[in-house]
Write a protein that binds this ligand. Structure first.
Ligand code: ZN
Length: 279
């Protein structure tokens, strides 16, 4: 029976360790810090600034961060609902002046980026960005109100860009403005009147992006998780099964052998009992 207790303890410890692993890694902020390398690069890019982008009053880097937030934390849920955004929604790719240029970025490897318009190669993405600003500026869709970066306040771009220190003081007026913008995005992009899918996505949008616009600090953005987190959970579940399955079989084996041992012992006792009875 001692063996069984030991195995049960191992089983419980393994379960607790894996639970901690899943719990810690599920934080969206941890995920943001994992993107540190990319954040630093984005920071560098922003510090350098781009002449034309400044003329436009639309930051390419912040637009990219907004697109990243949309792709990570909204698109997976829209795909599940098979929902298509209307072009009236400001999150629609058509309403991002940089979307066409971004689609013309060809990633060969870490040290090679190619321009999809003229096929010129660059060592880093930021050089390709400069090239787009200088050579293909005429290809930007310059319609007013198509700057995705303008939605950054509502979409929590800073969380993926790791810009603002979490210790910086919360501005109540800014939080309320961002919340208002966020709710108007939810209303325009997922009108409840459109049906149950739009209704579900409307609610998700509020939880995922708008609820965190408070100064209480209790609610974090992206509370419903994102693309990489779901794949992480699948990985964690796989690892959990791989670790626990052998332990489980070992546990069963030990119980079985313990039971067999006891039955043999009982048989011996009963046989001895039969033999002693006649005397
Ligand atoms: Zn080019």
């Amino acid at each position: 029976m001692k063996k069984v207790t030991t195995i049960v303890s191992i089983f419980l410890i393994a379960l607790l360790c894996l639970h901690e692993l899943v719990h810690v890694s599920s934080s969206p902020f941890l995920y943001a810090s994992q993107l540190c390398f990319q954040c630093r690069k984005l920071k560098q890019d922003q510090e350098q600034g781009h002449e034309h982008a400044q003329e436009l009053h639309c930051s390419r880097e912040r637009s990219r961060a907004a697109r990243k937030v949309i792709e990570e934390y909204l698109i997976p849920f829209m795909e599940r609902e098979n929902y298509q955004l209307s072009t009236k929604c400001r999150l629609h790719p058509e309403n991002d002046i940089f979307s066409d240029q971004e689609e013309h970025k060809i990633f060969i490897d870490r040290h090679e980026w190619r321009c999809g318009y003229c096929k010129k190669s660059f060592r880093e993405e930021k050089f390709l960005d400069h090239h787009f600003d200088n050579r293909h500026y005429n290809l930007l869709n310059l319609t007013h109100g198509k700057c995705l970066a303008d939605l950054c306040g509502a979409m929590h771009c800073d969380a993926v860009m790791n810009f603002r220190s979490s210790r910086s003081k919360c501005n109540m007026a800014a939080a309320s403005r961002n919340r208002h913008l966020c709710e108007s995005l939810a209303d325009n992009c997922f009108p409840i009147s459109e049906g149950p899918s739009a209704g579900r996505l409307h609610e998700l949008f509020l939880h995922q992006f708008c609820d965190a616009h408070t100064c209480s600090g209790k609610l974090k953005p992206f509370s419903r998780g994102g693309k990489d987190q779901s794949s992480f959970f699948r990985l964690a579940a796989g690892a959990l099964i791989l670790v626990l399955l052998p332990v489980f079989y070992l546990f069963l084996y030990l119980i079985q052998s313990d039971v067999n041992g006891r039955t043999q012992e009982l048989r011996r006792i009963s046989k001895a009992g039969w033999k002693t009875k006649p005397s």
